[in-house]
Design a protein around this ligand. Sequence first.
Ligand code: 8YV
Length: 306
Amino acid sequence: EILQTAKLLDSCEAALAERYTVHKLHLQADPAAYLAEIAPRIRAHAGSGVKGDLIAKLPNLEIIAGFGVGVDNIDLAAAKAANVRVTNTPDVLNDAVAELTIGLMISLARRIPQGDRFVRDGKWLNGGFGLFSELTGKTVGILGLGRIGKEIATRAQAMKMRVVYHGRNRQENQPYVYYDKLVDMARDADWLVLIAPGGKGTDRIVSREVLEALGPKGMLVNIARGTLVDEPAMVDLLVNGGLCGAALDVFEKEPQVPEALFSLDNVVLAPHQGSATHQTRDAMGALLVANLEAHFAGEPLISAVV
Ligand code: 8YV
């Protein structure tokens, strides 16, 4: 018997229902009472967003199969302490996220969403739209040259950009220049792309100082987690010209987005859709299920975090 506490992709829910007895806590009239009754029978949790107090209520929990590569919304320490395995869905979303990153960058540089509105609003009839910047020849600094970061780097090179990176460590066999200080990379780069994991280790790593180093000509792209950025400082700099622009797929308190951004022309906003394609979400769902199957068959987990 497995537990779900939020809706999952339809194809993933169907695959789970074929294999397991699934309890959907989020659909219960009295979730607390329902949980108290089924808790001892639950051996797995399907989906991310698992706090330590839920783990504590499930004495026979063996595994949390997360949906997503990021595990910042699963209490890994509590899982480890309770001897509960945790899996995520890495790799299968690399291309989709990298693709959207480049899409957002071109959208921001060339003002594609604004141009669309300009045409729809009939403003073209009164004159041209304007001239903007392009990616060609610019330097992009990538924060987090992991699996997705490398896919972004390859695509940025295809856009004739120069790629540099910052992360905890310099990586062997990478053709890109490494910066051991984020602030130095931000100062030298035209674009700063964030694709590092969320969680305590990266909380507001993109501080006001880093944003000021990126500066009035700098473009920020966040495709990772809102928590990486000092969001109030970012908004302030975007409003006051301290940053040239930002393309943001993620925010600190989703789905809340700072309203000050809505009226800005130098910003492109997206609703956390990096992995949101049919093929990628289906693959993520299939990997979640495959991890559960491996676990219950006593086989090695495919993508274990804990
Ligand atoms: C979400 C993501 O998981 O993989 C991640 O870490 O942020 C996304 O793919 C997705 O929005 C599902 O909720």
